[in-house]
Design a protein around this ligand. Structure first.
Ligand code: 7PJ
Length: 284
């Protein structure tokens, strides 16, 4: 496929993932909503059912998150985050797909790794004290994401001299920190962190120049699904950003993204299949 730089397989806990086509990571939120608020069992059951649906729709891996990281969101304490995530992780442990946990807390990282997480997805880029030590000696994959500031304040007038260079340098420096702690290169994934301390203009510049941002040494993960950068262009609320999100995911795939983090797995898989048929033909 065009611009798909050959990257070695990703070491991802119990799995070794060939990255010869873009993989689809389905988002599994275990955060309170209007139905499940206050009922932890109900909330876990809903998340597990949703995860199974995403796998049927063709998700290659799942990203389980117990802390809302939307702009303006406040954090939750580690015990509460674990109460949300662990039942879901345990129920899905043998689903056949790698399980990622979205967390920036070292104590959560250590415990979910003991419970079989295959990947740690840290929107904080493993910058919290103890984060690198918590993951270094495992065999899990590590998604290192760029964020400017913290979720509560990150969208307060973000500014950069050169967003591509600055995000790229952060990611390269983060990867060097992981390598210096003994993390094998084949465990590392880099993510520009769309929407985390960036304007819509920054986000589209980063997406357009994805190969320059993430470089060629490590595979990339792109999360643009339903984000405000889609609303900024389409004028639509989060509930109606499917078309825009699929277009952005495809634009990332064309630029060599290795993992696409999405809410709408079935539609993204369809788009990738059609794109692949155009580029590579249809097998008889
Ligand atoms: C991302 C994420 C992302 C990675 C969220 C949302 C906000 N993890 N977690 N990359 N976004 N690696 O999905 O709207 O872009 S939470």
């Amino acid at each position: 496929m065009p611009d798909h730089a050959p990257v070695r397989p990703l070491q991802c806990g119990r799995f070794r993932l060939p990255l010869d086509r873009p993989l689809v990571m389905g988002i599994v939120n275990v955060t309170p909503d209007s139905f499940s608020d206050g009922n932890a069992h109900f909330r876990a059951d809903q998340a597990i059912a949703h995860a199974r649906l995403l796998l049927e729709e063709g998700a290659d891996l799942l990203d389980i998150g117990g802390e809302s990281t939307r702009p303006g969101a406040r954090g939750v304490a580690a015990p509460e985050e674990l109460d949300r995530v662990l039942p879901v992780l345990e129920a899905l442990r043998d689903c056949g797909a790698p399980l990622s946990v979205d967390t920036c807390k070292p104590e959560v990282m250590r415990i979910v790794l003991q419970h079989g997480a295959d990947m740690i997805n840290d929107i904080g880029g493993f910058t919290a004290p103890g984060a690198v030590a918590a993951v270094a000696d495992s065999g899990c994959a590590l998604c290192l994401m760029h964020m400017r500031g913290e979720p509560r304040t990150m969208q307060d007038a973000p500014s950069y001299q050169d967003v591509v260079a600055e995000v790229g340098e952060f990611l390269a420096a983060g990867a060097r920190r992981l390598r210096a702690a003994g993390v094998a290169a084949e465990r590392i994934v880099l993510d520009p962190g769309f929407g985390f301390g960036k304007t819509a203009a920054h986000n589209y510049t980063l997406l357009r120049q994805l190969p320059q941002v993430v470089g060629t040494r490590y595979p990339s993960l792109v999360g643009v699904s339903r984000k405000s950068m889609i609303g900024a262009v389409t004028g639509r609320p989060a509930s109606r950003r499917l078309g825009g999100s699929v277009a952005a995911a495809l634009a990332a795939a064309v630029r060599g993204a290795h993992i696409l983090r999405v809410h709408d797995v079935a539609d993204t898989v369809d788009a990738l299949r059609v794109w692949s048929a155009v580029e590579q033909g249809v097998r008889a």
